[in-house]
Design a protein around this ligand. Structure first.
Ligand SMILES: Cc1cc2nc3c(=O)[nH]c(=O)nc-3n(C[C@H](O)[C@H](O)[C@H](O)COP(=O)(O)O)c2cc1C
Length: 183
C-alpha cells in the first residue's frame, strides 16, 4: 500500500525514527515515502499516513500542528498512525509519569483525529539543544543526556503498522473479488 511517513524534527532524531519506520514498511513490501512536514504537501493519493513530531514544551512542533490543521479532512479519511518523540527515558523514573500527561496534551492537539495507534518514543537529548536555564533544570531533576532511541521497539511498531496494512489490503482484495463475482 502507499504510505506517507511525515515528520517534524528540530534536531534530527525524529527524522531518524521516521526514516527507520519508512525503511521497515518498504522491507515489508509497502510503498513508503518519507517527507519532512514542510515538504509533504497533500496526502491525497496515500492509502495511509504515519505522522510524527518532536515534542517541545509539551507540544508537537508548530509545523506539525499546522499540518494537522491544514490536512485535517484528508487525515481523517484514511488510516493514520502518530508518534511523538520526547525524552521520557532521559528522565528519572519519578518524572516519567509526566510524559503520560504530555501525551494527553498531544492527543488534544490532534482534535477529532483518531489514530489507529499512537506511540511516544524517546529521542536524542544533548546539552547543546537547551538554553542554560533548561540545562540547570535538567541537572536538578537528574535527567541524563544521550541517544535514547529504542530501535527494537520502533521497528516492532512499524511491523504492527505493516501487518495492519496487509490486513486492509487483503480485505480490499476480497471485496473486489466479491464485486467481480456479482458482475
Ligand atoms: C527546547 C526543547 C524543549 C523540549 N521539550 C520537551 C518536552 O516538553 N517534553 C519532552 O518529552 N521532551 C522535550 N524535549 C526533548 C526533545 O523532544 C528530544 O530531544 C527529541 O529527541 C527531539 O527530537 P528532534 O531531534 O527530532 O528535534 C525538548 C527539547 C528541546 C530542545
Amino acid at each position: 500500500m502507499r504510505v506517507l511517513v511525515i515528520y517534524a524534527s528540530a534536531d534530527g532524531s525524529t527524522a531518524g525514527i521516521a526514516e527507520r519506520i519508512a525503511e521497515r514498511l518498504r522491507h515489508r513490501g509497502h510503498h513508503a515515502s518519507l517527507h519532512p512536514v514542510g515538504e509533504a504537501g497533500s496526502v491525497e493519493g496515500a492509502d495511509a499516513v504515519v505522522l510524527g513530531s518532536a515534542v517541545h514544551a509539551r507540544r508537537w512542533l508548530d509545523e506539525a500542528t499546522a499540518f494537522v490543521d491544514t490536512h485535517h479532512l484528508e487525515l481523517r479519511d484514511r488510516p493514520l498512525w502518530t508518534f511523538s518523540v520526547g525524552m521520557p527515558d532521559a528522565l528519572p523514573r519519578w518524572a516519567r509519569r509526566l510524559a503520560r500527561r504530555e501525551e494527553e496534551a498531544v492527543m488534544v492537539q490532534l482534535g477529532d483525529l483518531r489514530p489507529v495507534s499512537h506511540r511516544l518514543f524517546s529521542g536524542v537529548v544533548a546539552p547543546g539543544q537547551f538554553p542554560p536555564a533548561s540545562r540547570l533544570f535538567l541537572r536538578l531533576t537528574g535527567a541524563r543526556y544521550g541517544d535514547f532511541r529504542d530501535w527494537a521497539s520502533i521497528e516492532a511498531w512499524a511491523d504492527e503498522i505493516a501487518e495492519r496494512l496487509d490486513d486492509t489490503a487483503g480485505e480490499a482484495a476480497d471485496r473486489a473479488r466479491r464485486g467481480d463475482l456479482r458482475l
